[in-house]
Structure formats: C-alpha cells, structure tokens
Design a protein around this ligand. Structure first.
Ligand SMILES: [Zn+2]
Ligand SMILES: [Zn+2]
Length: 216
C-alpha cells in the first residue's frame, strides 16, 4: 500500500464544544496566541477539514493583523478595535479557537450603538511582506489633519461640516458635549464672535451639536 498523508475532506461546519458555537467558512474567530501575554489572534475561516473519521479537525484561516503587529506599528488614528485584513494564510487546529467575533466595515462599526468585546472593524488591507496598506490614503479631519479614529470624540462645524477634536479647538470633552452650536475659526463670521459656541444652558438644549464617538 502506498504511503502518504491520510485522506482529508472538507466539512461544512463544526461545533466547538468548549464554547458551544458552530463555525463555518466565512466566520471570524479569536484564536489562542502563541504566548499567553499576547492578545488573541483574529482570523477569518476559509475552509474546515477533517480526516475521514471526522477527527483531527483543522481550519484554513486568513489572518487579520492588529496595528501593533504591522510593520509601521500602531498610529494615533488607529482605533482600539481596528484590525487589518491581510494576505497571510495559515492552517491551525480548531482547538486554538477561543471565541467567535464580528469584523465590521468601518461604516457599520461607526453606526454601532455600543461596541462589544467581540466587535472589530477593518478599513485597510495590509500586505504582510511590504507593510503597505490599501487604500493608502484616507479622508482626514480637523486642524490636525488626521484620519478619523472612532474612539475619539469629535464635534462638527455647522459651517464647513468638518469634524474637530475638542483638544485641537482648545476645549475639554465635557465642554464639547455641552455645545449647542459650533462654528470653527474659519467659518465663524466676524460679527458673531460673541455668540460663538454657546452652551446648553440656553433655550436650545435640544439642538446639540453633532458629536461622534462610540460608546464602549
Ligand atoms: Zn484634531
Ligand atoms: Zn467650519
């Protein structure tokens, strides 16, 4: 009889008894890191396979990278739940899967009412060899011209619709949250300077300035 690898077959889904969850191709999961001190790895399952008796179950995965795992490292605009889709594939034992998770698009992540432990978002594809990102440019906001970090509070100017960090317009977060109206320096008409950036103790307390940030 010819020697060789035991035949293996693809399986549609698999139930992880340790967490009582069923996984299938396309699901995102958190996997046990090589070192206990490290954060869990995030992966997307491409394919599940087992030997002919249904044992020795392995998952083919595509890794997501966390900002600190990328060549360029974590930048100020990277969100705490941001991960990058990568071109790095691997095969792992199903036993290393510790939880299921959800990887949202940037847009749907910013619309979440609350961010759970299992919620992540991805807006960049990452090339694990070159360290390059796709897209390599994103919209920037505020005087500091930074891409949007969904963890940060920002207020919107009613003139130009640009978004600003309270710290960049010399305001505390508490002050920013209490604003009724906000016009940035550029949009503020000279004559209205006295009315600028009035606070919620006026009669218009229902027309708060739009602020963006997710509850965590
Ligand atoms: Zn800023
Ligand atoms: Zn403005």
């Amino acid at each position: 009889m010819a020697k060789g690898k035991a035949p293996r077959r693809a399986i549609e889904s698999y139930t992880l008894r340790q967490i009582n969850k069923t996984i299938k191709a396309g699901d995102c999961v958190l996997m046990r890191p090589a070192e206990r001190s490290k954060q869990q790895y995030v992966a997307r399952i491409e394919r599940i396979e087992a030997d002919t008796r249904g044992g020795n179950v392995k998952v083919h995965v595509k890794w997501y990278y966390r900002p600190e795992e990328s060549i360029g490292g974590r930048r100020q605009f990277h969100g705490s739940k941001e991960i990058f889709s990568s071109d790095h594939y691997d095969v792992q034992s199903v036993d290393t899967i510790e939880a299921k998770c959800t990887v949202h698009s940037f847009k749907s992540y910013t619309k979440l009412d609350a961010v759970g432990n299992e919620d992540y978002f991805c807006r960049f594809e990452y090339n694990s060899c070159t360290g390059a990102f796709n897209p390599d440019r994103v919209a920037v906001y505020c005087k500091c011209e930074m891409p949007y970090n969904p963890d940060d509070l920002m207020v919107q100017c009613e003139g130009c619709s640009d978004w600003f960090h309270p710290a960049c317009i010399e305001m505390t977060e508490e002050e920013a949250k209490r604003l009724d109206h906000f016009f940035c320096e550029t949009c503020l008409p000279e004559g209205q300077k006295k009315l600028r950036n009035s606070h919620a103790n006026s009669r218009h307390s229902n027309t708060k300035v739009d602020t963006k940030r997710l509850r965590r």
